[in-house]
Design a protein around this ligand. Structure first.
Ligand SMILES: N[C@@H](CCC(=O)N[C@@H](CS)C(=O)NCC(=O)O)C(=O)O
Length: 273
């Protein structure tokens, strides 16, 4: 088993402790089948890590649009050269298209839109496009940081504080959604649904078991949205089995040091990477 102090086999997210769970390096369940279906060489490549919610966004977009692409699993904490060549910061997701590459999940979703291939995620009306971007920004700026703050909080006081703030920010998003739904802009699956989908999945598969995050209130607008996201085909085929998320997020739930840039940013009071 790997040990600390420079052993190159060290799994850094174990902190050298073999009893701890760590992140998975291979998708499971339906996501594994999708990865397998998209393992052939292609001009358009998604470099991803199976547990990563930011990767999940881009993967859902590719599946929604039914584009031809190659899924390449990378161990993001070892930062292979093929990832650093595209993203010098060494974060996933990264996309390569021919000899061009780019990164940042929201930017990559916009890039895929701009290819004008397959089903669009942004509506055609400029005002609805602006509204989609506005609420995507809300998710990135408010909801995601609070998700990590809540998951990493170790005292009951902080957990209560962040649970309240997260609930409040989600409520703002839900009140901006189409009143009938079930999705953000109505019956079609669009940009904001994809931006939020990986966190909807992780509220259920991570925050619920680790922090007791409640099921959506029966009959609420939030419940309708959650169920519609969960039932979406592109979301389903890019989601792994429950254990993958439970194991991969144990390090966050225990706030284990030196595990990831996200973990360190939250502890250091900095913006997320
Ligand atoms: N703002 C980035 C965030 C991407 C991100 O934080 N990815 C994590 C994995 S979920 C990562 O690459 N971590 C690498 C590290 O911590 O060294 C995006 O939207 O793509």
């Amino acid at each position: 088993m790997a040990t600390q102090n420079g052993n190159k086999d060290l799994d850094i997210n174990q902190g050298g402790d073999a009893t701890k769970k760590t992140y998975h390096k291979q998708a499971t369940g339906l996501a594994a089948k999708t990865a397998e279906r998209h393992s052939a060489e292609n001009d358009l490549k998604l470099y991803g890590s199976c547990f990563c919610p930011f990767v999940h966004r881009v993967w859902i977009s590719l599946e929604h649009k039914k584009l031809e692409y190659e899924y390449v699993e990378v161990d993001v904490y070892r930062k292979p050269k093929l990832l650093l060549d595209i993203n010098p910061r060494g974060l996933v997701p990264a996309l390569r298209h021919g000899d061009w590459g780019c990164y940042e999940s929201t930017v990559l979703m916009e890039y895929l839109e701009d290819l004008h291939e397959g089903k669009p995620l942004l509506p055609s009306d400029p005002k609805l496009r602006a509204r989609s971007r506005l609420w995507s920004d809300h998710i990135n700026r408010h909801i995601i940081p609070l998700f990590y703050h809540y998951l990493q909080a170790q005292t009951l006081d902080n957990q209560t504080k962040y649970a309240g703030e997260l609930t409040e920010q989600i409520a703002k998003l839900v009140s901006a959604a189409d009143t009938t739904g079930p999705l953000f802009l109505g019956k079609d699956f669009t940009f904001v649904d994809v931006q939020m989908a990986p966190w909807v999945i992780r509220l259920e598969k991570v925050l619920k078991p680790y922090r007791g995050w409640p099921d959506p209130e029966p009959g609420s607008r939030w419940e309708r949205w959650v169920r519609a996201i969960e039932a979406n085909e592109a979301v389903k085929v890019t989601t792994s089995g429950d254990e993958l998320y439970l194991d991969s997020y144990e390090r966050y739930a225990e706030n284990r040091p030196n595990t990831s840039l996200v973990q360190a940013a939250v502890n250091g009071g900095k913006g997320l990477p």
